[in-house]
Write a protein that binds this ligand. Structure first.
Ligand code: GLU
Length: 415
């Protein structure tokens, strides 16, 4: 299976061919500007020291500070960081945000660390990447395996080194430290705003719509809640422990409450609920399959088994480029990650604006403004797909790459 970086460069090459760009005009967009690999020694609770591998890949600063999440997960490696950093550049550019793209992380399973070990890992990782981050340089945010609490520790570490509070060093931090209201739910809610708009345009009746959701982290849970509030019937869900299925519809409120308390779906019991594998959840016949897992849950091997009309890519890089082609050949509509996941970084942009100007916005204002930007972004992608006769996935790359290349042409190559 191709890695995330290779999928990214394949899609960039294909978008460049559609735009008829020659190598000189777009090749820069395939390479990160700067990459840092760090060793992160952590004193474990038993007194031994374990050295973890960490990364910060800065893909582009063409249109503003580098921007991208910090991921704590065993799948973190150089290839995934490079690919995900490139996706951040395109995502921010597509949404018209004044940011570049980056991604960072540590190869670690945070669930196996004690609280103290996790704090020490976060602080040491922050110290190791400190020379290349900054509130106007590179602004980290939550990603897989990290959350607002961890962003608070990054902010504290950076501020202690600077000798003053620097809230703008991260986004997605707790509201008490200057975080924006509505950040935790932003990615899932944004994805469902786009889904509803796509269903309207494709004339898919929402009241008869069924959904399966793979992955129940922050994004998956907020997407499930937003779909449920929209009246979509949730028939299958999975988390890392396995899946559950009920054709007549699952009791979403009860399941979300069970998950918030730390439950695993393999232990969830309710009348009529069948336990199935994660693969069976992907293969459930439904109107929409929402992908909210760590990465690449749909590959060329299993793309043919999906029985859905639409795929909502709520997490980054959930579908390999080959799997996307196979699905599109079967006329499955893919709502691509570059648009569907943008709610998080759009609200992070609002957080930066609030930090810089010492403003505090209410959640309904943040939500209204996020909806406005994400729907405008989707509209551009839809329009380009129709105009060029390509899929929404291809159109999202084409527009983002065109904007990046225009900016590069205007700025020129230094020196
Ligand atoms: N994990 C977020 C994403 O992939 C990062 C957003 C940000 O950097 O603000 O969109």
């Amino acid at each position: 299976m191709d890695g995330i970086y290779e999928n990214f460069t394949t899609m960039v090459d294909r978008a460049a061919a559609i735009l008829k760009l020659d190598r000189t005009q777009y090749e820069f967009a395939k390479f990160p500007e700067r990459e840092m690999i760090v060793s992160v020694p952590v004193e474990m609770d038993d007194g031994t020291v374990t050295v973890f591998q960490g990364y910060r890949v800065q893909h582009s600063s063409l249109l503003g500070p580098y921007k991208g999440g910090v991921r704590f997960h065993p799948t973190v490696d150089h290839d995934s960081m490079r690919g995900l950093a490139g996706l951040m550049t395109l995502k921010c550019t597509l949404a018209g945000l004044p940011f570049g793209g980056a991604k960072g992380g540590v190869s670690v399973d945070p669930a196996r660390l004690s609280h103290g070990e996790l704090v020490r890992l976060t602080r040491r990782y922050t110290a190791m990447i400190l020379p290349i981050i900054g509130p106007d340089v590179d602004i980290p945010a939550p990603d897989v395996g990290t959350d607002e609490t961890i962003m608070g520790w990054i902010m504290d570490t950076y501020s202690m080194m600077a000798g003053k509070a620097i809230p703008g060093i991260v986004t997605g931090k707790p509201v008490e430290l200057g975080g924006s209201r509505g950040r935790t739910e932003a990615t899932g809610r944004g994805a469902v705003y786009v889904l509803r708009e796509a269903m309207k345009r494709l004339r898919v009746p929402q009241d008869r719509c069924t959904a399966a959701v793979a992955g129940l982290g922050h994004v998956g849970r907020s997407a499930v809640r937003a779909m449920y509030e929209t009246g979509i019937r949730l028939v299958a869900l999975s988390d890392a422990s396995g899946g559950i299925l009920r054709e007549e519809g699952l009791d979403v409120s009860a399941i979300l409450e069970f998950k918030e308390k730390g439950g695993s779906l393999c232990d969830y019991q309710a009348p009529g609920v069948r336990h199935v594998s994660c693969c069976q959840v992907l293969e459930t016949p439904c109107t929409v399959l929402a992908l909210c897992t760590v990465q690449a849950s749909v590959t060329e091997e299993n793309a043919g088994d999906l029985q859905t009309q639409m795929v909502l890519e709520c997490g980054n890089a959930q579908i390999t480029s080959g799997a996307g082609d196979a699905l599109e050949a079967r006329e499955v509509t893919i709502i691509p990650d570059l648009v569907a996941t943008a709610g998080g970084v759009i609200v992070d942009y609002f957080e930066r604006v609030q930090n810089v100007q010492s403003l505090i916005w209410e959640q309904y204002e943040v939500d209204r403004m996020m909806k406005n930007i994400i729907l405008k972004t989707f509209d551009q992608v839809w329009e380009a797909a129709v105009r060029l006769g390509v899929s929404l996935r291809m159109a999202s790359y084409v527009i983002a790459l065109e904007k990046v290349c225009d900016a590069k042409r205007i700025r020129g190559i230094f020196p």
